[in-house]
Design a protein around this ligand. Structure first.
Ligand SMILES: [Zn+2]
Length: 79
């Protein structure tokens, strides 16, 4: 699920972490040549990416978990 970046912080290893609108976080490393995100190295670059949507895999997995829990709860209520 795509979620907009609403902020940033540094983790304990000094890697940039994007804070997403859904409340989840996602690393936005600049680690060439595998991951090229030169924008994350500058304040201006990070500001320019506010509102940019990242694919939040935590949202996708959370939805799957919620669906499972929902059906379990329904079964429990009927019993
Ligand atoms: Zn999310």
């Amino acid at each position: 699920m795509y979620q907009a970046i609403v902020g940033y912080h540094l983790d304990s290893e000094q890697h940039w972490v994007a804070e997403l609108r859904c409340g989840h976080t996602q690393h936005v490393r600049h680690d060439p040549p595998w991951t090229n995100r030169p924008w994350v190295m500058t304040l201006q670059g990070r500001k320019s990416m506010l509102g940019y949507e990242l694919n939040c895999k935590q949202c996708d997995s959370a939805e799957a978990v919620n669906t499972t829990r929902q059906s379990e709860t329904d079964t429990g209520n009927k019993t």
